[in-house]
Design a protein. Structure first.
Length: 235
């Protein structure tokens, strides 16, 4: 029987993250310095728009949490979720992301328009986990999976931008989340271990699915930009 033990699950999911990033078109190209600055502006601009709505995903987990007075330790779960939201707001992570975009040459993020794929991805967690047939445990596991993508993704991003594009300032946003998201994962997964008794395989599958979807989002946005550029060149 699969265990929900946090260290073992974390090691397994980190290995899965690395595999997904290794097979990703965008992150493979980024590692090699292939995207142009214009392509980076497009991709990271869409990432910014998604991230502006990331708090909604925490809201889903709150909405799906068990009532007080049940067998579940609802206080522990809500405290973990609230801590992450407080860190986001109190640490001005949005402002740090805007400062990073400025280093890419995006001076007015409000002018960025979402692609249909970005809107779909932003809504995907809400659509999937507000479904009455999906449990609060699954939603929490999926959110934990999304969090554990960040350390490897951010390290790759920091190294590539500094090495290939000469961007050394404005990366504090990625540097902060490289370590912070590990703590977020431990907190969220700790809530699962402490509180819920759902099937471990189901929860790990939810985490892996959200990891895959997150990496696919970057690839889809990057691929769409390449297609748009090809279409313009063919005219």
């Amino acid at each position: 029987m699969t265990s929900l033990d946090s260290p073992a699950v974390a090691d397994s999911l980190v290995a899965y993250v690395r595999g997904q990033l290794g097979s990703s078109t965008f992150f493979s190209d980024l590692r090699a310095g292939k995207p142009t600055l214009e392509q980076l502006r497009t991709v990271f601009g869409q990432y910014y728009l998604w991230r502006n709505q990331f708090h909604r995903w925490f809201g889903v987990c709150i909405a799906k949490s068990a009532p007080f007075g049940t067998a579940f330790d609802t206080s522990f779960v809500l405290a973990e979720l609230a801590e992450h939201i407080d860190e986001e707001v109190g640490g001005d992570h949005h402002g740090m992301c805007v400062a990073f975009l400025a280093q890419l040459g995006i001076t007015d993020p409000s002018a960025i328009m979402p692609t249909p794929e970005t809107t779909q991805y932003s809504d995907s967690f809400v659509v999937a986990y507000m479904n009455p047939e999906r449990s609060g445990e699954e939603a929490l596991a999926a959110l934990a999976g999304r969090e554990i993508v960040a350390p490897a993704r951010n390290r790759l991003t920091i190294d590539a931008l500094s090495q290939h594009y000469g961007i050394s300032s404005g990366l504090e946003f990625f540097d902060l989340h490289e370590e912070l998201e590990i703590e977020h994962f431990k907190g969220l997964w700790g809530a699962l271990v402490k509180t819920y008794s759902a099937d471990a395989e189901l929860l790990i599958k939810a985490a892996r699915t959200e990891i895959r979807r997150h990496v696919e989002f970057w690839d889809v946005v990057y691929g769409r930009h390449l297609c748009d550029v090809d279409a313009v060149a063919a005219r």
